[in-house]
Design a protein around this ligand. Structure first.
Ligand SMILES: Cc1cc2nc3c(=O)[nH]c(=O)nc-3n(C[C@H](O)[C@H](O)[C@H](O)COP(=O)(O)OP(=O)(O)OC[C@H]3O[C@@H](n4cnc5c(N)ncnc54)[C@H](O)[C@@H]3O)c2cc1C
Length: 438
């Protein structure tokens, strides 16, 4: 009898945990390995689920819980660093009318908590304190070595372990070794041009709930979104020079960075200095924001997913949203492969990984490029960008543009092929629907 496939998911972040749900729904055996001691953490960072992600959550039965925890977003306001109003438009309402699903603001820890709490057999399937340090592949499977000396065995590894992915490093080594030691000399594709301070504070008086605020300036930009009882903020600053180095900031550097933004108006009538007073400083972080996309998404029995493949600044709000789409596409390929062949060869697996990359790479490249452009536009990295942002953009038909530019892309979003459900529908029908009927 053929041995049942077992998938090892390296990384228990939002995309790793969504992948776990997709595998569970496909009845594929799996384990999630997370290096941290706690699965539910990161109180500070806010995230917006766009309609295509709300639909994925609806399909796995978690949308109701996410809707209870989150704030439904309606409009977006752009202003200047000094609070001067630029434009207000129905960004999220327009998307909801088109696609039938809302955009939802909530914290990263609430996303992780909901995905984790909703996962069947989570205590045995998700293993904290499990840092992947090495992977060995053979014609029949993989052996994953953990920092505590233990070993996990399976059929393949999905590396969803973030921008500094250890899985990606191991995969690169395998590629180098299989090409007779000819190292890939291409420069490291994930480069940091911006850093960000981010965290949360209680919702201040006078703030419109369900509103997304963005402030623009020379080399800086901020975003704030309400999610339940908190506002989640991030403030970007352009670095003096791009770098590929990893950087950890001290508490003193964080405090100095925060103080330098005291006069920045996060909202047209409220400064960051006022928000800083009410925030819990332990929940505020200062990090590098890498950008880029890698060329090779798989090798042998290893495949990459999420921020380990495509990374952008939070300005376009697409990191989790894109990662979940990629996860759905990848697990669709695995489910289809395993249902006809539970013990595929390495070549069989690579064929499925290739199809996954072919489907997702064009849209991910476009998303990364768009994110880079948006980040540079609102931080005024060129005169033309400054003129466009300040004087042309506010006078454009923004809702018409959302319908023309974003709706065709969102309508092509993926779902799990093998999970029937009654999808909500808006003015623009979904192109991809499950292959099985509800
Ligand atoms: C301030 C801010 C706001 C953002 N807002 C949005 C938004 O509105 N919308 C959006 O779509 N995106 C947003 N993003 C981006 C989003 O957070 C990321 O794209 C997303 O977290 C990527 O998920 P992931 O699971 O691929 O990787 P990660 O979130 O990085 O998770 C990787 C996991 O792998 C674990 N890990 C790492 N190495 C190992 C190892 N060797 N062994 C085992 N486990 C390991 C890590 O501990 C971690 O839990 C935002 C980011 C920031 C900083």
């Amino acid at each position: 009898m053929a041995k049942a496939p077992r998938v090892i998911v390296a990384g228990g972040g939002p995309v790793g945990l969504y992948t776990a749900h997709a595998l569970a729904k496909a009845n594929i055996d799996y384990v999630v390995l997370e290096q941290q001691s706690e699965i539910i953490r990161y109180k500070g960072a806010g995230t917006v689920f766009l309609p295509q992600s709300a639909r994925l959550l609806d399909q796995i039965g978690l949308l109701k819980r996410i809707e209870e925890l989150s704030t439904r977003l309606h409009k977006k306001t752009n202003s200047l660093y000094n609070g001067q109003f630029l434009v207000k438009f129905r960004l999220f309402d327009t998307m909801e009318e088109s696609h039938g699903y809302p955009s939802l603001g909530l914290s990263r820890s609430q996303i992780i908590e909901t995905l984790y709490e909703g996962l069947p057999e989570r205590e045995t399937r998700v293993k904290p304190n499990s840092r992947v340090i090495d992977i060995e592949t053979n014609p029949n499977g993989v052996r994953v070595y953990l920092s505590d000396g233990s070993i996990e065995e399976g059929s393949l590894v999905i590396g969803v372990d973030g921008v500094h992915s250890r899985t990606r490093e191991v995969m690169d080594r395998i590629i180098r070794e299989s090409s007779d030691g000819v190292a890939d000399k291409k420069p490291y594709p994930m480069v940091t041009h911006f850093q960000a301070i981010f965290g949360r504070a209680p919702v201040p008086k006078g703030v419109d709930i369900g509103h997304f605020y963005e402030a623009h300036g020379n080399g800086v930009a901020s975003q704030v979104c309400t999610g339940g009882e908190y506002v989640y903020f991030s403030i970007l600053r352009k670095l003096p020079a791009p770098t590929t180095a990893r950087r950890r900031y001290s508490d003193k550097e964080l405090e100095e960075e925060a103080k330098s933004f005291a006069d920045l108006h996060l909202f047209p009538n409220i400064t960051f200095g006022e928000i800083w007073e009410t925030a819990n400083h332990d929940e505020i972080s200062l990090v590098h924001l890498e950008e880029g996309i890698i060329d090779k998404w798989y090798a042998d029995r290893i495949v990459l997913l999420g921020d380990s493949v495509h990374k952008m600044t939070p300005i376009s709000g697409m990191g989790v949203n894109t990662g979940m789409q990629s996860a759905a596409v990848l697990v669709n390929q695995l489910q289809s492969l395993f249902s006809s062949n539970p013990e595929p060869t390495t070549e069989g697996l690579e064929k499925a990984f290739k199809t996954y990359q072919e489907i997702q790479e064009p849209i991910c490249r476009e998303t990364v490029t768009q994110g880079e452009m948006m980040t540079r536009l609102i931080t005024w990295q060129s005169w033309t960008g400054w003129i466009f942002d300040r004087f042309i953009f506010p006078w454009m038909d923004l809702e018409g543009r959302i319908n023309k530019q974003f709706a065709p892309i969102i309508s092509k979003a993926h779902v799990l092929d093998y999970v029937p459900f009654e999808s909500r529908i808006g003015k623009v029908p979904w192109v991809n629907v499950p292959k099985v009927q509800a």
